[in-house]
Design a binder for this molecule. Structure first.
Ligand code: IFM
Length: 441
C-alpha cells in the first residue's frame, strides 16, 4: 500500500469491525432464539438456509482473533453485543453466561492493546420481542433502553466508544419494506413504524447509557451514493427520494430533529400518532458519528408510478462479489456531507468499509490484490477529506474475518482473514499482510 499510518494525523485509529451474530456462534452459551434464526430457517430467504449457529466460533476463539488483530498493528476492535445472548427473552431473565462473555471479551480486547468499540444492536432481535411486533411495536424503545442500561452498567467503564444501533436503514427499511433482512416483512405501515422506532430506540439508549456514566457515544449510519442514471426529471426525482430514505432520514432525525419532507409525504400516514413529540429524544446529543460506506447505486424510475417508484440499474464500474460497484469517491462525498450537514463540530469515524469476494481459497501474501486496492482507495478518500478540513478520527475495515453475510450466508467473504467453515482454521489473506505493512508492524 502506498498510504501509510504516518499519512494520517497522530492518534488516528485503525480498526476492524465485526458483529455478534456474524461471527460468535449463536448456538453457544445459552443465547435465546432471534428473528434471524427463524428468517434463515424459512425457505427462500438465505443462501442454503445457512444461519449463525456456529459462524466463526468467535465465542470460543476470540483470543486467537484478537491476537491476529493486534499482530497486524490495529488500534481498535468493533464488535456488537447480542441482545438475545444477554437477555434470551429480550427482557427479564439475564443469561449470566452471556453477560460474562462480553465482560471477558472487553477485558481480552484491552489486554491485546486494542480499544473496544461495541455496538449494542447489530440485527439479531430476540424472537420473544419479534413475537410482539419487534421494531413495529412502540414499546421497543423502552425494551432497548433497558438492554442499553444493562450493557452500560456491565462494560461501560472499559470501552472507548459505543453506538446503540448499527445501520438503522437495514434494520427498518431493508427488514420491513424490502423484506430482504429479518423479519422479512413487506408492509408500509410496519416499515414506517420501524423507521421511527429505530431512531427513537437509539435516542433512548443514548440517554440510558449516559445515565450509567458511559462516555463517547456515537450514531452509526450507512450511506449509499444514489446517482440518477440519466437526466430525465423522473429519474432525478426518484434518485432524490432514494437518497432521502437511505441517507437523510436517520441522521436528519438524530442530528437535526427532522425527517425529510419528500419521505414524510409518503410515510406520514403510517407513522405512529404523535411521532413529532419524539424528536427531542431521538436527537439526544451524541459525541461522534460513524459512517458505513460500500458502494453507489444508479437509480431510475420504474413504470409502476407507485411509491417508492425506483429501480436500480447496473453501472459500468468494477463490481465486488456482492455485485456492488466500487466507487470510493462516494466515501469522500459522504464524509464532507456529514461534516457539513450533520456533524456540527462532532468527529466522524469510518465505522465500516470493505469488500466481499467469492474466493474460498487461502491467498498468498501477495494475492488478494483487489481487496488491498479497495482499502487503499477508501483510505485515500478519507485522507483527502481530512486534508480538506473534515474531522475524521478513525477507519474500521469490514471485516476482520470471513463471516455470515446475512441473506448471502457464508458465500460472500468480506474478511482480511480467511475462515475455513469446516475446520474453522483462520488464515491471513494478502490484504491482511498489506495492511500490516501499511501500519508499520
Ligand atoms: O456484513 C454487513 C454488516 O453486518 C453491516 N454492514 C454491511 C456489511 C456488508 O454487507
Amino acid at each position: 500500500m502506498q498510504i501509510s499510518r504516518s499519512s494520517f494525523p497522530p492518534g488516528f485509529l485503525f480498526g476492524a469491525a465485526t458483529s455478534s451474530y456474524q461471527i460468535e456462534g449463536h448456538g453457544f452459551g445459552g443465547a435465546g432464539s432471534t428473528h434471524w434464526d427463524s428468517y434463515a430457517a424459512t425457505a427462500g430467504n438465505v443462501f442454503e438456509r445457512e444461519n449463525g449457529r456456529i459462524a466463526c466460533d468467535h465465542y470460543h476463539r476470540f483470543d486467537e482473533d484478537l491476537e491476529i488483530a493486534s499482530g497486524i498493528g490495529l488500534d481498535a476492535w468493533r464488535f456488537s453485543t447480542s441482545w438475545a445472548r444477554v437477555l434470551p427473552e429480550g427482557r427479564g431473565r439475564v443469561n449470566q453466561q452471556g453477560l460474562d462473555f462480553y465482560d471477558c471479551l472487553v477485558d481480552a480486547i484491552l489486554e491485546h492493546g486494542l480499544k473496544p468499540y461495541p455496538t449494542l444492536y447489530h440485527w439479531e432481535l430476540p424472537s420473544a420481542l419479534a413475537d410482539q411486533g419487534g421494531w413495529a411495536n412502540a414499546s421497543i424503545a423502552d425494551w432497548f433502553a433497558d438492554f442499553a442500561e444493562l450493557m452500560g452498567r456491565t462494560i461501560g467503564d472499559r470501552i472507548h466508544g459505543i453506538a446503540p444501533i448499527n445501520e438503522p436503514w437495514c434494520v427498518a427499511w431493508l427488514g420491513h419494506f424490502v423484506g430482504r433482512h429479518a423479519p422479512g416483512t413487506r408492509d408500509i405501515r410496519a416499515a414506517a413504524r420501524a423507521m421511527h422506532h429505530v431512531p427513537l430506540a437509539h435516542g433512548r439508549a443514548v440517554q440510558a447509557l449516559r445515565a450509567q456514566g458511559v462516555a463517547n457515544i456515537g450514531a452509526i449510519v450507512n450511506f449509499e451514493f444514489a446517482q440518477p442514471a440519466d437526466d430525465d426529471p423522473s429519474t432525478v426525482r426518484v434518485a432524490a427520494l432514494y437518497d432521502a430514505i437511505f441517507n437523510r432520514w436517520f441522521l436528519g432525525a438524530m442530528r437535526n430533529a427532522c425527517y425529510p419532507d419528500v419521505v414524510l409525504e409518503h410515510l406520514e400516514p403510517h407513522l405512529p400518532s404523535g411521532w413529532a413529540a419524539d424528536m427531542p429524544a431521538i436527537s439526544t446529543p451524541v459525541d461522534w458519528i460513524g459512517v458505513n460506506y460500500y458502494t453507489r447505486k444508479l437509480i431510475k424510475a420504474d413504470d409502476s408510478k407507485l411509491f417508492p417508484g425506483w429501480q436500480e440499474v447496473p453501472g459500468p464500474l468494477p463490481n465486488t462479489g456482492m455485485g456492488w460497484e466500487i466507487y470510493p469517491e462516494g466515501l469522500g462525498y459522504f464524509l464532507s456531507r456529514v461534516h457539513e450537514e450533520y456533524a456540527h463540530g462532532l468527529p466522524i469515524y469510518v465505522t465500516e468499509s470493505g469488500m466481499a469476494d467469492l474466493h474460498n481459497t487461502v491467498s498468498l501474501p501477495l494475492e488478494d490484490q483487489l481487496r488491498t486496492e479497495y482499502i487503499q482507495m477508501h483510505l485515500d478518500q478519507t485522507l483527502r477529506a481530512i486534508n480538506s478540513g473534515v474531522d475524521v478520527r478513525g477507519f474500521f475495515i469490514w471485516s476482520m474475518l470471513d463471516n455470515y453475510e446475512w441473506a448471502h450466508g457464508y458465500k460472500q467473504r468480506f474478511g482480511l482473514v480467511h475462515v475455513d467453515f469446516e475446520t474453522l482454521v483462520r488464515t491471513r489473506k494478502g490484504s491482511c499482510h498489506a495492511l500490516q505493512q501499511m501500519l508499520g508492524n
